[in-house]
Ligand binder design. Structure first.
Ligand code: AKG
Ligand code: FE2
Length: 311
């Protein structure tokens, strides 16, 4: 499926009717598919090359090395989550075999001055970084670039919803976003129909910035009951709406079901997913004042979702 494209730099540079048109186009995409290709993102190539190098070097290590940065206790969110440890479909209440993947996960780079004790015990746990030369600076540079990009997209989202462009500023202050490097090993000769590389799920937060490995397919989005293949041209990101944006917009915007399909004899694939999540205590309630969804607090909501997927 060719996803619709949104040029962020062009939106930011536009004035008057052109800006309103770009915002209306973005609104239509978010109502229709909830997935888009982002151009004009401005993330330097060196930052992207750096994180790819770091991810390749990390996953190439033997399992016992990777295990040194496993989450320090059950339920801790960051570090290396080894193969067959997570089933994303479980977040939708669907029982499947575990996903065919491993991941390295990291949280906010700094702890703000005043944080809730639960936040400190969950999303502000330190990320256990591997002892690989260059890994940590490359990770931090990419994480920072993603935070900045997410804040810019949230301004465009506000415009698309006909709100003041700073409407989500409070949500992007002290965000508790997570960056996840994913590795899906090459698949075997036989695939179990129920087992995917990442089971069908929606993302939990406001928006996800995904960078799939070029020339490796597998990401599929559900459209009209069918699974449709998605690819991203090199130099772009795939952006999708998460559940919090659907809650905020009373389902006017869609948090679309997606998965990474497993088929026999696939080569290994990697991706980088940045999950933007408002600050721990940000309340998300329908912007139209309706009772489509009860209000939730960003942090506890995320924690509940996260805990549903561990095996
Ligand atoms: O690897 C991908 O392309 C998508 C991963 C994904 O959807 C997720 O981790 O939430
Ligand atoms: Fe996802």
């Amino acid at each position: 499926m060719a996803l619709a494209t949104f040029d962020l730099a062009a939106f930011e540079a536009a004035h008057g009717a052109a800006r309103a048109q770009a915002a209306a186009d973005l609104d239509a995409i978010c109502r229709d598919s909830g997935f888009l290709i982002l151009e004009g993102h401005g993330v330097p190539e060196a930052v992207i090359d750096g994180i790819w190098q770091a991810a390749h070097a990390f996953f190439a290590q033997p399992a016992d090395q990777k295990a040194r940065v496993a989450p320090p206790h059950p339920g801790a969110p960051y570090g290396w989550i080894g193969p067959l440890k997570e089933a994303l479909a479980a977040s939708k209440g669907v029982e499947t075999p575990p996903d065919l993947k491993e991941s390295f996960n990291g949280g906010p780079l700094a702890v703000p001055d005043q944080v809730h004790a639960d936040a400190l015990a969950f999303c502000y746990q330190p990320t256990p970084f591997p002892n690989l030369e260059g890994f940590r600076p490359a990770w931090a540079a990419y994480y920072t670039a993603m935070e900045d990009l997410a804040a810019r997209i949230m301004r465009a989202f506000a415009a698309a919803l006909g709100l003041p462009e700073d409407r989500f500023n409070v949500a992007v202050k002290d965000p508790i976003s997570a960056l996840r490097a994913l590795h899906y090993p090459a698949t075997a000769a036989v695939a179990d129909a129920d087992q995917q590389r990442a089971g069908a799920h929606t993302d939990y937060g406001t928006l996800t910035i995904l960078l799939p490995q070029a020339d490796r397919g597998g990401l599929q989005v559900q459209q009209g009951g069918d699974w449709v293949d998605v690819t991203a041209p090199e130099g772009t990101f795939v952006i999708n709406i998460g559940d919090l944006m659907a809650r905020w917009t009373s389902d006017a915007w869609v948090s679309t079901l997606h998965r990474v399909v497993a088929k026999p004899h696939q080569p290994a694939r990697k991706s980088l997913a940045f999950f933007h999540q408002p600050g721990w205590e940000v309340e998300v309630a329908p912007l139209d004042g309706s009772d489509t969804y009860p209000p939730v607090l960003s942090g506890p909501y995320l924690m509940g979702k996260f805990q549903s997927t561990g095996t």
